[in-house]
Write a protein that binds this ligand. Structure first.
Ligand SMILES: [Zn+2]
Ligand SMILES: [Zn+2]
Length: 603
């Protein structure tokens, strides 16, 4: 079966059970300063899991694009990918365990035909201290569905408890969570490796078991002295589309699925090498995976750069170039791999072909640019080799090649012996560790202000962004449209289409308008309405594919028809503009041809 077939069958099946299909959100979350990427299907659903009513109702199903940067170094084995799709179905205060487990089981076994003999499941063993019972309810349902007792496993909170903060002990007061029940596929052709323990079981890392889905039963909230039941209990299912497809085909190698096959084949043609030749398998997989991820990242606005999301696209592409070289494929070939990815995804992401030219040229440019710094880096590398008396590449030098010339780490390690050098590996690892600590600290900063309090300032900046958007249109004309938005608790950043630099006078005018609207203390209100009606109201909207038939519109003013600002938006926002303070534009600059960027603060 193909990825498209499995995705389609999943969406159709849950639609037949009363679910509304919603399109995938962007890989780059909008107006969310807390994370760089959408890393799970649940992430865009958090407001609704916490009680906000979803415009599409209580039963939602989707296939969400996800990217996990922390897995970059893991790519190359048979199962890790940085980009994947997560199939998700949600009950927002509606059905519960009986329906959920029966439906997921029916989807896996009947709809796509995975033999039930290959499935094992896990349940939460309970925690007396916390007053949370063992999940015998799920276990009984599984047994009734046809999973024998010996393939139903119980694990502690470390494996079978879900909250955004992890195990119950780590949850802040007020945080929701609950037990979950995972489904594993067993590759009977993989023999258990005793290095991982005496007996094999679903959470063994030997490769015999692969998790293909998880149903979270969110029913508790942490309190000062334990847990209480939430007023609304939710079900949240997430299952990796690629993994489910791989399991369906009973292959233990995720790179055998149809979306990778044309890439692997093209690489084989270009290189004359064999995918199954273990000297090259790792490189085949790395190029295919990183290229596919980059296509989706660039399509969602994360063009290669040195900061934020773009930094990861750059890293992926550079690693891909490195592995192209290891396969012996010449320069300027990376961009020729874009087309096979786009074709494989056109039915699910119909706007992808329109972006194909831009993606191809950005990937081509990035390869070109990297090969230039690569040449300089290699020259520098040679000089270091000549200068080195002890024939050691010092950790500082190695790190310089990495940080200044962008040479991937594995490349430095590989090339050193060719230049007659030994790498000070332990020093280099330490240097790297420091670097990782620094970048982690950077990430933590992004997480701070976090979801828990959805930082009050971030919410204010979000409302200010709507005011700014309309004020820009008032002053510069209707050609102004949102191209991007990024908010931190310290400032807002707004990218918009406009052909030239703004004059000081124009900037002043925009500031004055925004401040007047703040002073007027206008109410910010939300309505949910049919999409066509919302469009007719004149509400601004920019992310075409993302909206369903019912949309949420935020407007600033007493009534929608006369409101000062109207936008398709998921929130959150302040209730009145009066709380925003004084608005000040700090900077106005070009981002690219026809796109300007404003950074502004509230004082
Ligand atoms: Zn095992
Ligand atoms: Zn908004």
């Amino acid at each position: 079966m193909t990825v498209s077939e499995v995705r389609r069958k999943y969406l159709d099946f849950f639609q037949s059970k009363g679910h509304i299909i919603v399109p995938s959100s962007s890989l780059v979350p909008e107006n969310d300063p807390t994370t760089l990427f959408t890393g799970s299907g649940m992430q865009p659903m958090v407001p609704y899991l916490l009680g906000q009513s979803h415009p599409q109702g209580k039963r939602i199903v989707d296939s969400q694009k996800c990217f996990r940067s922390q897995d970059i170094e893991e790519v190359g084995d048979n199962r890790h990918t940085t980009f994947f799709e997560m199939l998700g179905n949600w009950s927002l205060g509606d059905y519960w365990k009986e329906e959920q487990l029966s439906w997921v089981f029916a989807f896996l076994t009947k709809e796509i035909g995975i033999p039930k003999e290959k499935l094992s499941v896990t349940c939460f063993e309970g925690d007396e201290k916390l007053g949370i019972p063992r999940d015998t309810e799920s276990a009984e349902i599984w047994e009734r569905l046809g999973i024998p007792k010996e393939r139903i496993y119980f694990y502690s909170a470390k494996k079978n408890w879900w909250s955004r903060a992890g195990v119950p002990e780590n949850m802040p007061v007020g945080e929701p969570g609950g037990a979950d029940s995972e489904i594993f596929y067993q590759f009977t052709q993989v023999v258990h490796d005793p290095a991982f323990g005496e007996k094999c079981h679903p959470n063994c890392d030997c490769g015999r078991f692969m998790e293909i889905g998880n149903s979270v039963f969110m029913e508790y909230r942490k309190t000062e002295n334990g847990f209480e039941k939430l007023p609304q209990r939710n079900v949240d299912f997430g299952g990796g589309l690629e993994r489910i497809t791989t399991a369906r085909n009973d292959s233990s190698d995720v790179f055998t699925i149809d979306v990778f096959a044309p890439l692997i084949q093209k690489l084989a043609e270009l290189s004359g090498k064999n995918y199954t030749d273990t000297a090259y398998t790792h490189s085949f997989r790395t190029v295919a995976e990183h290229l596919r991820a980059s296509v989706f990242l660039i399509a969602d606005g994360a063009s290669p750069s040195n900061t934020d999301q773009g930094y990861f696209t750059r890293r992926l592409l550079r690693r891909a170039v490195r592995h192209l070289d290891l396969l012996g494929i010449g320069a300027d070939t990376l961009s020729s791999l874009v087309e096979p990815v786009v074709s494989a995804y056109t039915d699910a992401y119909p706007s992808l072909p329109q972006k194909s030219d831009v993606i191809t040229s950005e990937i081509g440019n990035e390869e070109h640019k990297f090969r230039k710094t690569l040449d300089m880096g290699l020259k520098e590398f040679s000089q270091m080799a000549e200068k080195s008396l002890d024939k050691m590449l010092s950790s500082a030098d190695a790190f310089m090649l990495f940080s200044s010339y962008g040479l991937p780490i594995d490349m430095i390690k590989d090339l050193a012996p060719e230049k007659g050098l030994t790498v000070d590996t332990s020093g280099f690892e330490k240097e790297l560790e420091n670097h990782h600590v620094v970048s982690r600290a950077g990430l933590e900063k992004k997480f701070k202000g976090g979801l828990a309090d959805t930082s009050e300032m971030s919410v204010k900046y979000h409302t200010a962004t709507h005011l700014l958007h309309q004020a820009l249109r008032d002053v510069l004309g209707d050609e102004v449209g949102q191209k991007g938005s990024n908010i931190t608790p310290e400032r807002l950043r707004f990218d918009f289409s406009f052909g030239r630099k703004m004059t000081d006078e124009e900037k002043k005018k925009v500031e004055d308008i925004v401040n007047a609207k703040i002073k007027a203390d206008l109410p910010m209100q939300r309505v949910v309405m049919p999409r066509a009606e919302a469009e007719k109201s004149g509400a601004l909207h920019f992310f075409g594919e993302k909206y369903g038939d019912e949309v949420s519109v935020y407007f600033i003013g007493d009534l929608l028809p006369t409101a000062y600002s109207k936008e398709f938006c998921g929130g959150p926002h302040v209730t009145n503009t009066g709380v925003l303070g004084t608005f000040k534009i700090q900077k106005e600059e070009a981002v690219s041809a026809g796109v300007r960027r404003i950074k502004a603060q509230l004082m």
